[in-house]
Design a protein around this ligand. Structure first.
Ligand code: SAH
Ligand code: SF4
Length: 362
């Protein structure tokens, strides 16, 4: 078998090469991380961008078998931030020179919801002089809705494919018309066609998932020419159907390391895209996001949701920073990012370089 260096020097990472890298042990993975960090620094510099994450509602019409806020989980107190709370939080991000926010929530499809997001986008742009980049992460919507939101000022959209293996997708979702792999894929195609900087991602360490699946996930992102990725470990939630398979899961530490290896491989495969250090990493390891930066990630998403709501947006059992307010997080992140040898790109949109270069070629 080739060494890590030989595989990386060959340049083109194929499925067997990726499978090998994804299975490196704790010691040998350092070589992979260093290479990925080197690629990131030489192509994108030693800058990390902030995206202020606003989880504005845990109301969801879907029932994904892994997610703590699925509609069938009746133990969840549902919340919805008011327009003012959302706009004020966006203004907070702007004042702190975040340059970029993510509006995320459960998936709702209705005319009212479409109109409300439309109105919020316009209001936020008015209040921040058009200086904020806004990313939406609101699940699968129609082509027309995506287009309307784009025209109202959303420039980026995050929609994780969750897994690129159609069979596995079927196993972690209810078998009905609302949870269909092909529809999710088509939504990604719509976003790209409309002109969004399009982001996707997967969960790592799902029950039934194999290393081959994860290698395919990386190749899927490459082939789809995705602009941004946010991926992290699957973390079980006791009030979800998938919890019954917890004994089959890789240990948490292995899921964590595997997530870092996924990030590193992706950075080498796609040097110019934006890769986020997922919050779920920090749920396993206090320095999780910093370790992800050292493995090639260049985006951090500090949670700026008003503190009183944070406990209620529980996708999985352990969630970091739920008892802190946003100011605490900015300060601790400032220091933490500095420790990785990176600077925060305050006031800088930090668009996907890959997205803009693609647009020039076309
Ligand atoms: N409703 C939207 C956005 C919010 S959910 C959507 O589904 O696209 C955002 C992400 O949280 C999902 O894409 C999923 O990948 C992740 N997630 C949900 N439950 C999780 C869990 N138990 N462990 C890790 N990630 C989870
Ligand atoms: Fe809803 Fe998203 Fe959770 Fe699925 S993953 S249940 S769509 S919030």
């Amino acid at each position: 078998m080739d060494t890590v260096a030989q595989i990386l020097d060959r340049g083109l990472l194929d499925k067997p090469g990726l499978e090998y890298l994804l299975q490196l042990n704790d010691k040998s993975q350092q070589q992979l991380f260093s290479r990925a960090a080197c690629v990131k620094e030489s192509v994108l510099g030693n800058i990390v961008y902030f995206r202020g994450l606003i989880e504005f509602s845990n109301q969801c019409a879907k029932d994904c078998l892994y997610c703590g806020i699925r509609k069938s989980n009746l133990n969840n107190r549902r919340y919805l931030l008011s327009d003012d709370e959302i706009v004020n939080t966006a203004v907070f991000a702007h004042q702190h020179e975040y340059a970029s926010i993510v509006l995320q929530a459960g998936e709702l499809i209705s005319d009212n919801f479409t109109r409300r997001i439309d109105m919020l986008l316009k209001k936020i742009h008015r209040k921040t002089k058009g200086e904020l980049r806004i990313t939406l992460s609101l699940g699968e919507q129609t082509f027309d809705t995506y287009k309307r939101w784009f025209e109202s000022g959303a420039q980026r959209y995050l929609l994780r494919i969750e897994t690129s293996n159609k069979e596995l997708y079927g196993m972690i979702h209810p078998k009905d018309d609302h949870h269909v792999f092909v529809n999710r894929f088509r939504s990604l195609e719509s976003l790209k066609k409309i002109g969004y900087q399009t982001g996707t991602g997967v969960m790592i360490g799902l029950p039934f998932q194999t290393i081959g699946d994860l290698a395919d996930d990386l190749l899927f992102m490459k082939q789809f020419e995705i602009d941004m990725v946010g991926m992290g470990p699957y973390l079980e939630h006791a009030e979800t159907p998938l919890y019954q398979f917890r004994s089959q899961l890789w240990p948490l530490r292995e899921r964590f390391n595997l997530s870092l290896r996924m990030i590193a491989c992706l950075r080498i495969l796609m040097p110019k895209i934006n890769i986020a250090a997922a919050t779920a990493l920090q749920a396993i390891d206090k320095m999780g996001r910093e370790k992800a930066i050292k493995a090639g990630a260049n985006v951090i998403m500090p949670n700026i949701t008003p503190g009183k709501y944070r406990d209620q947006y529980k996708l999985y059992d352990t969630k970091p920073c739920t008892d802190e307010n946003a100011d605490d997080c900015v300060e601790c992140l400032n220091i933490r990012v500095g420790l990785t040898g990176n600077k925060i790109g305050f006031g800088d949109w930090g668009d996907s370089v890959f997205f803009h270069e693609k647009a020039q070629i076309i």
